[in-house]
Design a protein. Structure first.
Length: 136
């Protein structure tokens, strides 16, 4: 089960509200104070072109979406430095990083102190759809 705890991150931006479509494994959106749906990017596991465990001064998961998401990521993160982004995987909040600058491509680095947490995220992102058993 994903831990609903703020994890550390480096230049990240993903979020996913309550999962209506089980094929949407990843949603990128800006955290907004206003009530209503935040603008965002929805992605499926098929949209992920690169997914790799790396060491980035600790356990990390590098995620790269297809280049067709680059302009949407740039638009989403424009003029939002200092604001929070929310990263959801299969409807679960996995990160709420602070945006340092505009992101020009849809590449993410998810870091966490717990390698098992990253295992769960990686399994969910590799699956063709979100399933209850992936969430514990």
């Amino acid at each position: 089960m994903f831990k609903p705890i703020l994890q550390t991150a480096a230049l990240l931006a993903l979020s996913l509200p309550a999962q209506a479509d089980p094929t949407v494994t990843l949603r990128i959106e800006a955290a907004l104070a206003a009530v209503g749906k935040a603008p965002g990017i929805d992605a499926t596991s098929a949209d992920i072109v690169h997914l790799e465990r790396i060491d980035a001064n600790g356990p990390a998961l590098a995620v790269e979406l297809h280049q067709r998401f680059d302009s949407a990521m740039a638009d989403l993160t424009a003029n939002r430095a200092g604001q929070r982004l929310i990263i959801y995987v299969c409807g679960q909040v996995v990160l709420e990083p602070l945006l340092n600058d505009r992101l020009l491509n849809a590449s993410l680095l998810i870091t966490a102190d717990d390698p098992l947490f990253l295992d769960e995220i990686e399994a969910a992102l590799r699956a063709p759809s979100c399933k209850a058993d992936l969430l514990g």
